[in-house]
Each structure stands twice: as C-alpha cells, then as structure tokens.
Design a protein around this ligand. Structure first.
Ligand SMILES: N[C@@H](CCC(=O)N[C@@H](CS)C(=O)NCC(=O)O)C(=O)O
Length: 223
C-alpha cells in the first residue's frame, strides 16, 4: 500500500503536512477530499470529519495536522523540522500555534472562509465586514512575519522549521486567491520567495481548485 493523505487543496492544515512530507522526501498519494461533504471514508478514519488524515503504508492512521507533523518528525527524523535545542523547539511550536490558532481565526476564517469556502460549502454569500476585518488582520500578521524574518534566518530561528511551513501554508492559501499585497511587505516577501522556491513547495504551486482560479502570480517563484 502507498502512503495516502486525505486532504483539501485550500486547507492550510493539509498544506502544512504536505510541505513536511515533501521536505522529508516522503512520497504520498493525495486524496482530494471536501470535508464538509462528510465523505464516509473520511469519517470512518476521523470521527471529527476533518482533513488532513494520513494513512501510512502499514495502515497506521494519523489524524490532526500537528499530530501528523510530530509523528513524521519521530518516524522519519531525516531533514528535521524541529530544531535540536529545547528552547528553539519551543519557539517553533509557539509559532505553529500562532499561525494555526491566531492567524486561522483572525485571517483564514474571515478572508478565505468568507471569500471562498462559504461558496464551496453553499453556505450563503460573503460578509463584507468580515472581509474588511480579515484584510486588516492580514496586514498586521504580514508585519509580524516581516519582523521575524528580519531578525532571524527562518521564522523560528536559524533553521527551517514547522513554523515556516505553518505560516507559508496559511499565507499560500490567501496568495492563491490574490489577497496578499507583497509589494507592501518586502521582508515577508523575501522570506516567502525563499520558501516558495524549495522543491517541497512545488506540489502546492500546481494546485488547481475547480471553480477558483489561482491568482496570476501564484505559481511564479519570481513574483
Ligand atoms: N486541528 C485540526 C484542524 C483541521 C481542520 O480544521 N480542517 C478543516 C479543513 S481546513 C476541516 O476539515 N474542516 C471541516 C469542514 O470543513 O467541515 C488540524 O490541525 O488538523
């Protein structure tokens, strides 16, 4: 059996796992899944009905993006995505929680959900007030990314970590729909350009979500 990932293309959680798998050189078959349609196969694997779900070649099922990333880190220590030092590991985990928690509720859930996901879920039209708030929050978060990238080699410190993948996973979804004004954040842009040009990012750049065309510059590494 091959490794499988039940994933939705525009899900930042699934994207973070895809980046971790690719960086570690682990092949995977992506099973494109719309979790809101509650497909029976997904619910059988994850009673929460959420993507991502990883199914290993030996049948091991791992649920929840951070549980999957930590599992991959322990099972496949090559190309580590958490640093050696304990304080640096804690900083990487803090930033993953920042993007998966704060960025999600302040930006992804307002901008991406309102602009795209509601339409995909046939859940009514977008609320312009949420979109305005989400766009303002995105600007504040890009400032923060720029500050981190200015002080450090990668977001959490010297080495590339899951923190970079969590941030890039969320931001790439917004970039797909053309919501990121890169010209206003040269520091954040320089960091994103580095991560975007890694081979691990290639599969994300070739994503095409039916009915939602990618922004013109989305797949361009010289954006
Ligand atoms: N804590 C979970 C969150 C996963 C999550 O929220 N996934 C979304 C896709 S982005 C989902 O499956 N939502 C269920 C739905 O849309 O019904 C993780 O990190 O994996």
């Amino acid at each position: 059996m091959t490794r499988r990932l039940h994933a939705f293309s525009l899900s930042p959680y699934c994207r973070k796992v895809r980046l971790a798998l690719a960086e570690k050189g682990l092949g995977v078959d992506l099973i494109e899944t719309a979790p809101w349609e509650r497909p029976r196969e997904l619910v059988k694997l994850n009673p929460a009905g959420e993507t991502p779900v990883l199914v290993e070649p030996d049948g091991t099922v791992v649920v929840d993006s951070m549980a999957i990333c930590e599992y991959l880190e322990e099972a496949y220590p090559q190309h580590p995505l958490l640093p050696q030092r304990l304080d640096a590991r804690a900083e990487a985990r803090r930033l993953v929680a920042w993007f998966d928690g704060r960025f999600r509720s302040e930006v992804t859930e307002t901008l991406l959900d309102e602009k795209v996901m509601r339409r995909m879920r046939r859940d009514g039209g977008p609320d312009s007030e949420y979109i305005r708030i989400g766009a303002a929050n995105l600007r504040a978060h890009l400032e923060y990314v720029a500050q981190l990238a200015d002080r450090r080699n990668w977001l959490a410190g010297e080495s590339l970590t899951l923190a970079d993948f969590a941030a890039a996973a969320h931001i790439s979804c917004l970039d797909y729909i053309g919501e990121v004004d890169w010209s206003a954040y040269p520091g954040a842009k320089a960091w994103y350009a580095r991560i975007k040009s890694r081979p691990a990012f290639r599969s994300l750049l070739s994503d095409h979500v039916p009915g939602i065309p990618a922004a013109d510059h989305y797949a361009d590494v010289d954006f």
